[in-house]
Write a protein that binds this ligand. Sequence first.
Ligand code: ADP
Ligand code: ZN
Ligand code: ZN
Length: 742
Amino acid sequence: MQEALLTPYPFIKVALPVPMRTLFDYKVPKAIALRHELAPGMRVKVPFGKSTRLGVIVSLSDTSDWDPEQVKPLTSLHDKSPVITAELMALCEWAARYYHHPIGDVIFHALPVLLRKGENAEFRTENWWFTTPQGQILPLEQLSRAPRQQDFLKAVQQHPNGLSQHAASVLDLAPNAGKSLEEKGLLRREPRAFNKGGERHAHQTQVPPTLNPEQSRATEQLLDHRKHFHVALLDGVTGSGKTEVFLRLMARLIEEDKQILVMVPEIGLTPQTLKRFENRFNTDIVLMHSNMSDRERLDAWLLAASGHAKIIIGTRSAAFIPAPNLGLIVIDEEHDSSYKQHEGFRYHARDLAIKRAQALDIPVLLASATPSYESLTNALQKRFAWLKLRQRAGNAHIPQMERVDLRGKTLVHGFSEHALASMKLCLERKEQVLVFLNRRGYAPTLMCHQCGWIAACDHCDVNLTVHKRANKLHCHHCDTQKALLQTCPECQSEELFTVGEGTEQIETQLSTLFKDTPILRIDRDSTQRKFAMAKLTQKIHEHDQAILIGTQMLAKGHHFPNVTLVIIMDADAGLFSSDFRGMERTAQLITQVAGRAGRAKKPGHVLLQTYHPDHAAIECLCTLGYEHFAIDGLAERKSLALPPFYHQVIVRAESGNEQEAMQLLAAMRNDLEPYFAKEVYLVGPYAAIIVRKAGQHRALISIKAAQRAPLHQTVQIMTQWLEHATRQHKIRFAIDVDPLET
Ligand code: ADP
Ligand code: ZN
Ligand code: ZN
């Protein structure tokens, strides 16, 4: 009698992390079929070329498109259960089609790094500390000569259910002290699976404020639609209590035992935000962001996948996190461009999350004070529910925006007299000033006084930024760094000078003007270290008067109750951008930064320094506000046949050679022209604005259409052509669907 096969299919189709838009067929050896039940989403090792690779089963099949004799058997099975659930597999397949991206790369992107590398999808074990009967009763004074052991024992004595190694390190207890206590027979260690935590502090959950009428109306509407697919745009001015609204909705869903995914922009997750969630919900919250180690991320992933974690707060890649009881996705600051991945698999996490929610039939909430033009259009066309909050919550008021005309004025370190006088008054009132300049470093340019030489990057067509404190020249495009030069490499003159100013310079100069005032700079350079941001925000809260200087990092979600004056040093930056999204971005940034003023009881004031005070855009933004500005902007986009009214795809090519990328795209256009759908418009090939970046010369073609179908059909044939044409060459190409940068 024949033995029953646990896997009755002779073939599997496998996704591999290779740049090919195809699946690979493998045979299931009888030995494996007899003992294992293979399923889509499990990882397998398979022979590929001369080695073996880790892949993910996408489907099982009775047949293969290849000669069955030629199909190789899989080498080994890696998982007992799928690491990509059926739900996520469908999402990945959709994303691969929509973004014209290789399916293997999409699926691998959806996995935490350690799972891509073959780590088991299992909780690690962790040591827990317990007192021995002796250790439990030992009077602590007896350890007075070993203070670190004393601290350690004290902490474990206070945790009768045990203290995890993780908690011990959070409490800053010395590991050696633990070991010494173990040797003395006062402590013992026991390994436990990581998830069996119970570490959550049973804190007092905070009593929420009474909602104002706008908030109540929004909350009720969201609650009504909480059990099915429904996209709502919560469009509320800064400080209007949007977070409060979605906390209410979350509270109800948590009572109903649902999991909730809260997406935040890349650098928008502040310790304050997290604290707010922790204070409100006595439930398991996990984080998922790029500042965590690979192991920490896998732990978070496992906690979400097992259903332990009820709230998952994460950046872009969390859109793919498995959560068996997912009941809601919140996308905070939905307009933020960090939701779009700018290289490789160029997906938009907001759009993907909406697709995911639709498949799961659950609601999505998009929140922003400055909604993207895309979401506004969806709201205007009634595809999204549009919930508006136009009042600031509590006693706070919308800050007043004032334009400061810089024409013909003498500036002191980039500040107008009026701005400096306002700063002085603000500090005298023991309040805080926020100075916004979206340029980090000391100066954007280093120049020679004798010959005009300018320090430029060797690998990109951009100037190097001067970082005085680090004594470096730094390329903000490819990260190249060099020592700061003292002599001109062209003429050996020592008269090098900087042009323009960045946050580091403003910090130095203000510290001479305001000697006794604490000055805190918040940008990518000052917050690189772990917890640096937390320390900075703590300092801000400790002081009454202070000057905060920052880049767009400061625009995101922070709540500094004592900031009453915001100075936007250069409101014109981005006003004349060659990118049609320049205006939208500028308006969002200015509105968000301005929104940091007067968030508590004290009124706020915003000064915009500009050389174009009468520019229609600046005037509209200052007098009528973002919504009005955006609706005007949308009318213009419509008349120019631009997104979101037209859909766009950009095909990018790059190569180390100056001509190749351009030639490749020109050849493609030439070959395929007769096959393009007639409803599409092509522009290009043309050179990228910064042609050379990290040594690669970049060219692109833009494709637009009013309907998605002909657009995708055209991109599909382009992709096939390019895959074939680039196989032998060192040219790389990428498809960018719904691009945010040109
Ligand atoms: P947003 O997310 O729109 O920026 P938040 O929800 O963070 O606004 O609210 C801004 C501040 O107002 C927070 O300190 C919050 O605790 C407070 N707040 C929100 N809603 C209310 C309310 N109804 N009454 C009093 N204070 C509120
Ligand atoms: Zn020179
Ligand atoms: Zn560079």
